[in-house]
Ligand binder design. Structure first.
Ligand SMILES: NC(=O)c1ccc[n+]([C@@H]2O[C@H](COP(=O)([O-])OP(=O)(O)OC[C@H]3O[C@@H](n4cnc5c(N)ncnc54)[C@H](O)[C@@H]3O)[C@@H](O)[C@H]2O)c1
Length: 354
């Protein structure tokens, strides 16, 4: 455990029963093969670059960098050094999202033609003690929450070809609702509502509404409409909950996710709702993939494509023009049914099957 602020590293090391040391000492330790980068977004590329230069694999919090150009430089550096980059989010590995992927891959709703996706709320100022950065350039709902949502769509439908978007700002300032600065106002200098249209290389068109200007709504996170039916996909900010499917206009059927790993609630939100939140399993997959010599799922190519799309949403909202997405990526390998981290281990899976 290391932090530019030694007291922060010390506190976390004590809480989790691990050693704390300086950033330099951690990077110089030959026994460490992979470093998880949990710094703030503006520091992601610089810190990941130092980890790669030290000859270690890196798993970064999202986004990979604050710009796609920064992320591309990082990927080139990792290739030159022969190390891997992994990147959050890993929520698409959750039971609800893998069960949805299996339904689509099995053709249950046919070819997906269109759909909608939404992440709508009043934003972070009610609960976050220092919410300033959410409302400045580099913040906003698309860059902050978009990675979870767009990554899951790419997992389900493949890469995105083009984007069109508009944006708006619902409020000129926000009032902090908790902590020592409660009552203080924060200026809003970046859009807080986006309406986007994502066109996939496979042909599907999905509308994407992302806003921090909404008090209440009745939308589900993701609805997909296919030639054979419709699918409701739970919130990709978490790992669990039940997808629902309708076959050729029939009643909604609950989709059993219990055969898949990482769907069990393990955290209670401020609202009292119990959710499955198994963040960091992407790192477990990456470590297992390195040992087995296979591709890891939450990989830099996927993260870069998603970052390209998020940047394009902002660019299209500014210019009013459609923006083509130059990058592409493979859909990550689906996870087999099974329980816990063993689903990542090919050797364990083969032994179970025989
Ligand atoms: N807080 C959450 O609920 C949450 C959820 C999902 C993802 N994330 C992501 O996790 C990351 C961290 O978020 P957070 O809320 O923990 O932030 P934080 O500000 O609480 O912690 C970040 C830490 O990084 C350290 N740091 C900054 N620059 C550094 C550098 N150059 N070298 C070493 N250490 C450095 C800071 O001192 C700080 O202790 C962000 O990318 C965020 O998007 C956070």
């Amino acid at each position: 455990m290391a932090d530019i602020d030694a007291s922060a590293a010390g506190a976390q090391a004590e809480a989790f029963g691990v050693r704390s040391r300086t950033v330099e000492a951690l990077l110089a330790d030959p026994q460490i093969g992979l470093v998880v980068n949990l710094t703030v977004p503006a520091a992601h590329a610089e810190v990941s670059g130092r980890i790669i230069e030290a000859g270690k694999h890196v798993y970064s919090e999202k986004p990979l960098g604050v710009s796609a150009a920064e992320a591309r430089r990082l990927i080139a550096l990792a290739q030159a050094r022969g190390v891997r980059i992994g990147c959050a989010p890993d929520t698409f590995l959750g039971a609800a999202h893998q069960a949805s992927r299996a339904l689509i891959d099995a053709g249950v709703i046919g070819t997906v033609l269109s759909g909608s996706m939404s992440v709508l709320s009043r934003g972070m100022e009610a609960w976050h003690p220092n919410p300033d950065f959410f409302f400045r350039p580099g913040g906003g709902p698309v860059l902050d929450l978009g990675p979870y949502y767009v990554t899951q769509l790419v997992n389900l439908l493949g890469p995105i070809a083009s984007v069109a978007a508009t944006s708006g700002m619902g409020h000129a300032s926000r009032t902090i609702g908790s902590g020592p600065r409660a009552g203080e106002t924060v200026p809003v200098t970046t859009p807080t509502s986006y309406s986007a249209l994502l066109t996939f290389r496979g042909g599907a068109r999905i509308s994407f509404e992302a806003s921090w200007d909404v008090w209440k709504h009745q939308r589900v996170p993701i609805e997909l409409y296919g030639t054979e039916g419709s699918l409701l996909v739970p919130d990709p900010n978490f790992f669990g909950d039940e997808p629902r499917v309708s076959r050729r206009g029939g009643d909604w059927e609950r989709v059993d996710i219990s055969a898949y790993a990482f769907g069990t609630p393990n955290r209670t939100l401020r609202t009292g709702r119990a959710v499955a939140d198994h963040r960091s399993i992407g790192v477990v997959d990456m470590v297992s993939a390195i040992a087995e010599g296979r591709a890891h799922r939450a990989d830099a190519g996927l993260a870069l494509h998603v970052l390209d799309v998020l940047e394009a949403i902002d660019a299209s909202a500014s210019s009013g023009a459609f923006v083509e997405i130059s990058s592409t990526c493979e859909r990550p390998e689906p996870l087999p049914a099974g329980s816990d981290e063993a689903v990542f281990d090919t050797a364990v899976r083969s032994a179970r099957a025989s």
